[in-house]
Design a protein around this ligand. Sequence first.
Ligand code: COI
Length: 351
Amino acid sequence: MTNTIEITKANTSKIHDVDFDNLSFGKVFSDHMFVCDFKNGEWQKPEITPYAPLTLDPSARVFHYGQAVFEGMKAFKDEANNVWLFRPEDNLERINKSAERLAIPAFPKDVFMEGLKALVKLDEAWVQPGFGNSLYIRPFVIATEPAIAASPALEYKFLIICSPAQSYYSGDVRVLIAEQFSRSANGGVGYAKAAGNYAAQFYPTSLANQEGFQQIIWTDADTHEFLEEAGTMNVFFRINDTLVTAPTSERILDGITRKSIIQIAKDSGIAVDVRPIKVSELVEASKNGSLKEVFGSGTAAVVSPISAFSYKGDLFEIPKMDNNFSSIFKEKLLNIQYNKSEDPYGWRQSI
Ligand code: COI
């Protein structure tokens, strides 16, 4: 396969129809998309085309067996109108890890990086300036082969689409701690960004929504005693002045924002304890006042404070603190992402 990307530009831009001050997450898409097909045992010539619907055979395996994986990443614009990506190679590495678990062929890194940068460059007007504005980038792979045998497809599409974004959650997030449903299990696909992992959360999360909670914090499937992740976010707990978060495992997504926060916290002199944490410990810490903060982290959610959690019918409010960790981490992270500070880690990448 040659890496030269064939680019077909859109005749007109939709950008003038967009109200960038009132975006709901993931509903508006930029003018172009990246597409690359896999057939005859290899990835074919990559293309950037005008954003448009796909035509797929109704028997495409993705519709029947959910053979699909995705990623979430963002582009940011600095005050001089330069556009930056954040740790993009980590997303490629993770989508290929997810792909392996779903028996999908890996996508080549050089084609991904070239395609990603060319796409974001072409649609750079969609990366709005200003803190809090970004272009959410969604790479994904679907099994397109028209065949409904329950086995891995022989044909796939790798796509990248882009959506201008502001915050994912408006306001603080209230969460329910899972007691019955589970998100993932040992030996399962919890660590992968498999499409079905998210669909399987919709029903329990909609029940939680009816009770006034935006998200569920999932617990381990065996005992429901250990806190894991929130599905769209990893979760952190501040107990006294220590930051505690569950270790990643085959059940938990290895969040890029999560690992960036851990690094920033350590380098800010904050004690970080990556260890299994029990729901009973959280309840106890809330009762005795040592639980100072709970927050989620993710590409879409950035750093989202959690203001209350519910467990076994009891509601635990988390009082707001001055100088909270979540604001410190959010600011340090955004400063790196928006090129407002030094990036000692080499996370920021120009397009
Ligand atoms: C992300 O943060 O990029 C995610 O994948 C969460 C998403 C399902 C909106």
